[in-house]
Design a protein around this ligand. Structure first.
Ligand code: ATR
Length: 277
């Protein structure tokens, strides 16, 4: 075991944070790779994000993951930002630098595309993709998704104006389009991704099941280790060829953060498997 002074300290901060799987994931990565680190979950008070982060920095933490509802505030606290974090307008990975600066990155989009493509073998290139929602979670994944060259990425949201804004903001990254839920009638997609917060209320966005053809894959950016999420249940009941929740995305965004901090790529597949078990 490494001497206590050589152990690097990390945490995930959010509010609420009690159910976070991140400590389990990062501690598994550390055990796997032999990296000497500790990782815990810390709840920061609403309105107390910046002082909370400064406190962790003063206590010698090496970095922090940021989750709901602080990803936008985290962006504003950073001294430097990766291009993808800048584009996402949100930060989920902070690195505390030796000169006191804070570097921000966003690994959510990479987490999604790695899970879709590498773990699940889902093709994005030249496919028709439907992305539901137009909040922070969706903004965070648009750039990496469009980088995989879908034939078209259609953003549909309960409040259509927000989808239109996102489609415009990312038009330079690929072929984007915005639609209201009602306008999805008569349209079919190869992949439907739920990026709305509807699942928090065990609800499903009000879209027609006719968006699915026989080979359509559905993916929920939310996860539930104990059963199907509302969206995965909806998709399976309506005959989706395959439907997945976002547990793999969670583990992959963590793996990408771990790699930023430690320079080592952990094996995410075994961690996904053990969480499912
Ligand atoms: P997040 O950071 O999770 O993206 P957000 O920025 O508050 O949170 O965005 C929440 C998203 O979920 C929005 O797209 C919201 O739709 P509106 O823009 O119309 O508010 C969507 N959403 C939340 N509850 C929903 C529901 N019951 N049905 C459909 N969409 C819902």
């Amino acid at each position: 075991m490494a001497p206590a002074e050589q152990v690097a300290h990390y945490a995930v901060v959010g509010n609420p944070i009690t159910h976070s799987l991140s400590p389990q994931i990062h501690n598994s990565f550390a055990a796997q790779t032999g990296e000497a680190l500790s990782y815990r979950a810390i709840e920061l008070p609403l309105g107390g994000f910046a002082p909370g982060i400064r406190d962790l920095q003063n206590r010698g933490f090496a970095g922090v993951n940021v989750t709901v509802p602080f990803k936008g505030e985290a962006r504003n606290l950073c001294d430097s930002l990766s291009a993808r974090a800048e584009r996402a307008g949100a930060v989920n990975t902070l690195s505390f630098e030796t000169d006191g600066g804070i570097a921000g990155d966003n690994t959510d989009g990479l987490g999604l595309t790695r899970d879709l493509r590498d773990n699940l073998g889902i093709e994005i290139k030249q496919r028709e993709i439907l992305l539901l929602g137009a909040g922070g979670a969706v903004r965070g994944v648009l750039d990496p998704l469009l980088a995989l060259s879908p034939a078209r990425l259609t953003i549909a949201n309960r409040t259509p104006a927000k989808a239109s804004q996102l489609a415009r903001d990312f038009a330079d990254c690929g072929n984007t389009e915005a639609l209201a839920f009602e306008a999805l009638d008569g349209r079919e997609f190869d992949l439907v991704i739920n990026g709305t917060a509807a699942g928090l209320e065990h609800a499903v966005p009000a879209i027609p099941a006719s968006v699915m053809h026989q080979q359509t894959v559905c993916y929920d950016m939310m996860y539930n280790v104990e059963g199907a999420t509302a969206f995965v249940g909806w998709a399976r009941d309506r005959g989706a060829a395959r439907a997945f929740d976002g547990l793999g995305m969670l583990v992959e965004q963590a793996a990408a953060a771990f790699e930023i901090w430690r320079g080592v790529k952990p094996d995410s597949a075994t961690v996904i498997q053990s969480l499912r078990a």
